[in-house]
Design a protein around this ligand. Structure first.
Ligand SMILES: *Cc1c(COP(=O)(O)O)cnc(C)c1O
Length: 239
């Protein structure tokens, strides 16, 4: 195995997360690593799977559907949808039972609830995406709207609200994200929820120190995304 292969990088990411857990006095099993495979082929996901990874994140419905199909032979594979979701695509994530981390409006939650009903599937795990930095171009509800959106999601019988997710404003230094992570944690506590999805390749250790229960790591596991431009690479797009 190449020292720069997926398995080696995965092991390095896992041990850094375990060290961050130790610093924060947390148990490593309380932090779930979501391997963000966007922009990488199904073969890379297989490599990570062979190295024990089970939870994968995708940003685009079309890619999620294609990879889920290509990897249909792998048992216990769990998908997290972490991109902007259009209501007319809700049926695809519902059918796959993907955890949707990016619910940011009531109408999307309602569309997901209906899609789960039509798919005849069990409750779909969801998180509310919060735009903690108040950035205009970013998805996510306003921090002030979390309580109302959480109440609306809880009222939908086919969605299982697990927690909050955020992508903080881009900073020069990982420490830049800390106050945003702390804010999300406070919002999560106010909402009486358990899951806290925050931290990417650059700031995952700070996120773990601030209480993340899900960290979404792509580049540090799979390397740079082939041909990722500024739009596709950012994980945000219109719709
Ligand atoms: C792409 C993406 C990630 C992973 O980013 P890396 O910097 O490659 O680790 C995590 N979360 C979201 C929402 C993303 O779009």
């Amino acid at each position: 195995m190449s020292p720069h292969g997926v398995a080696a990088r995965l092991a390095a990411v896992r041990s850094r997360i375990a060290e961050a857990c130790a610093r924060a006095g947390r148990a490593p099993e309380d932090v779930v690593l979501v391997a963000v495979s966007k922009g990488h082929p199904a073969a890379r996901i297989r490599e990570a799977y062979a190295a024990g990874q089970r939870v994968f994140g995708e940003n685009y419905v079309q890619d999620l559907v294609a990879k889920a199909e290509a990897l249909g032979d792998l048992p216990d594979l769990a998908w997290h949808f972490i991109g902007h979701l259009q209501r007319n695509k809700a049926k695809h994530v519902a059918r796959l039972g993907a955890t949707v981390e990016t619910v940011d409006r009531v109408r999307l939650a309602e569309a997901l609830d209906r899609a789960v009903e039509r798919a005849g599937a069990g409750p779909l795990p969801v998180l509310i995406q919060v735009n903690v930095g108040g950035e205009e171009q970013k998805s996510g509800c306003r921090p002030d709207d979390v309580a109302a959106l959480a109440a609306a999601v809880r009222a939908l019988p086919r969605l299982a609200l697990q927690g909050l997710m955020t992508v903080p404003p881009l900073g020069e230094h990982p420490q830049h994200a800390r106050p945003h992570f702390a804010r999300l944690r406070a919002l999560r506590d106010e909402a009486g929820l358990a899951a806290l999805s925050m931290g990417m390749s650059a700031d995952r250790e700070v996120a773990v120190e601030e209480g993340a229960t899900l960290v979404r790591v792509g580049t540090a596991i799979f390397g740079p995304r082939p041909g990722a431009g500024p739009t596709r690479g950012s994980g945000e797009h219109a719709g």
